[in-house]
Write a protein that binds this ligand. Structure first.
Ligand code: PLP
Length: 409
């Protein structure tokens, strides 16, 4: 008799985001002609860079010819793309061998499966609040015990609180953990780590034999040159960190799908010599993945070419300008907010001690602005909402003018 994976039964179905959808549905039914301003999005809504669109057409045309691209590609991604990725790292002073780069179909797949090369009893640490996939995938793998509905946390997972007092970036855990997920800049707080903060984590990991899984999916939005965009800018990180990246938001690849994971050969553990984790990940990929579509790979190589990077930078700059307008709009209405400088997300404090869900409803009803309640990203997100800069400029301007008209103190 087949049985189910009981770990899935431990997963908490976040009631909060389904409640958001319910409230939004009720509101639109009651106000069918109301223009909503969707500042709740997690994906870039701008068009693909023009040169990427040209590559898309050219590659598709080549695929219509007999004998072109009929074979499976390389499990790790085509060499021309890995070379383009390596060049981007080289420009930041980071040397990578091509066999340390694994191309994927967007970061989320590898965020979910990278845990499979580690021991089932390894203790996981995450930022609180952060992107839910880090915890969910480890719960499915059996690395968490019961979910506590009061604290909204799983027993067996170590949560690193992010709040105003630590500028929304945590210190390494006091206890010994094995796998540390860091999201920099963080979704949802928009906070990113300084060099010193990352050095602390790298020291911790190297001293205790932990591995950092570094989600750099929003690194392209880091505009302050003194802040790291890759964990490998920190000395010693190649011995303790895996980095996952994506073109979803920096190059508008959300639906085209392409990202990559770096598994350095210098990584080692007590029970794994240098090179072994890289070999395990290669083994896993060769068993479970045949590479992203060749179309996405050619497009990605174009996006990462010198000309493509200029076009991508204008997508990033446009989003950061949106974030500036949101921040200044909120501030002029007397609403406290954080982030939105090196990140597309503005972490907005609910006024007068309101809960994040009540502030979500107030923004919707009074300003027709859709946000995401912070409590959905972890208990330390309570009292905040996330506003996203992934919306068109005009809608953002109207949203801020509505907020100012209805809510200015
Ligand atoms: N990591 C973070 C922090 C995200 O917010 C997202 C998407 O929202 C992803 C990863 C997924 O990215 P991708 O589209 O590359 O799968």
């Amino acid at each position: 008799m087949a049985t189910i994976n009981l770990n899935f039964g431990r997963l908490c179905n976040c009631y909060l985001f389904s409640e958001v959808s319910r409230r939004l549905k009720v509101f639109t039914e009651q106000h069918p002609h109301c223009e909503l301003h969707r500042l709740d999005r997690s994906q870039n809504t701008q068009p693909l860079p023009p040169s990427v669109v040209r590559t898309l057409h050219e590659t598709t045309a080549r695929m219509s010819q007999a004998g072109c691209f009929g074979d499976y590609g390389h499990y790790q991604g085509e060499a021309f793309l890995r070379e383009a990725i390596a060049r981007c790292y080289r420009d930041r002073g980071i040397g990578l061998d091509l066999d340390e780069i694994f191309v994927n179909d967007g970061a989320k797949s590898d965020i979910g499966s990278i845990q499979s090369i580690f021991g089932p009893k390894d203790v996981v640490a995450v930022q609180d609040p952060t992107f839910a996939a880090y915890v969910d995938t480890n719960v499915m793998a059996g690395r968490a015990e019961s979910h506590n509905a009061v604290t909204c946390q799983y027993a067996g997972i170590s949560y690193m609180p992010c709040h105003e007092r630590n500028d929304f970036f945590p210190e390494p855990p006091r206890e010994k953990v094995d796998l540390i997920y860091l999201c920099c800049p963080n979704n949802p707080t928009g906070a990113t780590a300084t060099r010193e903060q990352l050095e602390q984590f790298v020291r911790y990991a190297n001293a205790l034999g932990a591995i950092i899984i570094y989600d750099a999916g929003y690194a392209a939005f880091v505009s302050d040159p003194s802040l790291p965009k890759s964990i490998y800018e920190i000395e010693g990180a190649e011995q303790c960190a895996i980095e996952i990246n994506s073109l979803s938001n920096s190059a508008a690849f959300t639906s085209l799908r392409l990202g990559w994971t770096i598994v350095p050969k210098a990584l080692s553990l007590e029970d794994a010599s240098a090179g072994q984790l890289n070999a395990l990940w290669h083994r896993r990929q060769s068993a479970m993945f045949n590479g992203p579509s060749i179309i996405a790979q050619y497009c990605a190589a174009q996006a990462l070419s010198p000309a493509g990077r200029v076009e991508c930078q204008s997508i990033v700059d446009n989003t950061l300008e949106n974030a500036r307008i949101i921040r200044e709009g909120l501030e002029s209405a007397g609403i406290l907010c954080y982030g939105g400088v090196n990140s597309p997300y503005v972490w907005t404090k609910a006024p007068d001690g309101m809960t994040s869900m009540n502030f979500f409803s107030k923004l919707l009803a009074e300003a027709n602005v859709v946000s995401l309640p912070g409590a959905g990203f972890g208990p330390n997100g309570e009292g905040y909402v996330r506003l996203s800069a992934f919306e068109c400029r005009e809608s953002i301007r109207i949203a801020m003018s509505n907020i100012h008209a209805k809510m200015a103190a």
